[in-house]
Design a protein around this ligand. Structure first.
Ligand SMILES: [Fe+2]
Ligand SMILES: [Fe+2]
Length: 337
């Protein structure tokens, strides 16, 4: 949506009226502006797109697994443990493909659309040249990550004869879209996506750290994840600083709404994606897949316990979200504080 359309669609909404012709973020703390400036200036030295790509010819044969067993949500289930080695290797290969496709979904369905929202001046407080410069750099990074993970998946699919496996929609994206559909004003849909992007960009470094130094998997997989993580360490800082800048520029209704979305976004990110896994296990013809996944549902209810969400809570505290009644209640009701 263009900024001009937003004003027409939402007469009287301060959120969108505050966008037009505002050259600088009025509430941006100078420390935050300094930090964003330094991150923007360092992009050409830091960005992985400026470096050599991981060597796709590194091939350790088929003996080394593509992925880590303990990252499979059902790895402790007796039905999984009773499977033969060949089936387990095929499942691990799909685990790697799913892991990469989750990053594709985050880049394509969550982060890139939010970057476009910012570039179209639809996010108050970020309608300034510094924010747009850093968002353009981020978009280039994310496009490069798509290239990295799509290359990696193509190689794995060929090496393991898994070209036929189709990955359905992620619960992370489905739940975000269902939430967007529940709210009428289009600013609400924008803030749902913005919240999901902030949470995803803070969590993705840890998500990638699970494999970025792992020597027991295929070396190309480790190198791919390590390159991606290098950029994402900067992105988590960027999205934290952008949050400081846009949150204070929101109207009070929008502030409360955004605060209530952050805990939901954390839960969506923590989802173990069991429905998606069931679909893939059935494509692989794994016996007893339905029963195994059903018996793991309880795990998904405590998935949050395995996620370090302290970074999002710290950001919410520093930005002042936890000082508001709505923000504090949202985090407390979600058992995050
Ligand atoms: Fe990325
Ligand atoms: Fe990112």
């Amino acid at each position: 949506m263009q900024a001009a359309e937003a004003v027409i669609e939402h007469p009287g909404q301060p959120l969108f009226h505050s966008l037009a012709g505002t050259p600088h973020a009025p509430h941006a703390p100078s420390r935050s502006v300094d930090l964003l400036n330094r991150i923007a200036r360092s992009w050409s030295h830091r960005a992985q797109v400026k470096k050599n790509e991981p060597d796709t010819l590194i091939d350790a044969g088929t003996d080394l697994p593509e992925f880590l067993e303990h990252l499979l949500p059902f790895h402790e289930h007796p039905r999984y443990q009773a499977l033969d080695t060949d089936t387990k290797m095929r499942i691990l290969s799909c685990g790697w493909i799913i892991y990469n496709e989750k990053t594709v979904a985050i880049e394509l369905d969550i982060v890139s659309p939010v970057c476009q929202d910012i570039l179209y001046d639809n996010v108050p407080g970020l309608d300034n040249e510094l924010s747009k410069e850093i968002v353009c750099e981020t978009l280039v990074d994310e496009a490069y990550h798509l290239l990295l993970v799509k290359n990696a998946n193509r190689i794995t699919r060929q090496r393991r004869q898994l070209e036929h496996i189709r990955i359905p929609q992620f619960a992370l994206v489905r739940q975000m879209r269902e939430e967007q559909d529940r709210h009428m004003p289009s600013w609400a849909g924008l803030l749902v996506r913005l919240s999901t992007a902030v949470v995803s960009e803070i969590f993705i470094s840890d998500y990638l750290h699970q494999l970025s130094e792992e020597t027991s998997i295929q070396p190309l997989n480790r190198a791919t994840v390590a390159a991606h993580r290098h950029d994402e360490l900067a992105h988590s800082k960027i999205f934290s600083e952008l949050t400081r800048n846009f949150y204070h520029a929101l109207g009070s209704t929008q502030k409360g709404f955004f605060a209530s979305m952050l805990p939901k976004s954390i839960h969506w990110f923590a989802d173990q994606e069991l429905d998606l896994w069931l679909d893939v296990l059935q494509q692989l013809g794994v016996p007893g897949a339905q029963a195994m996944v059903e018996e793991c549902r309880e795990l998904n209810r405590v998935a949050l316990d395995r996620l370090d969400y302290s970074g999002v809570v710290k950001l919410a505290s520093e930005v002042g979200i936890l000082d508001s009644a709505e923000g504090h209640a949202a985090f407390r009701n979600a058992r995050l504080i």
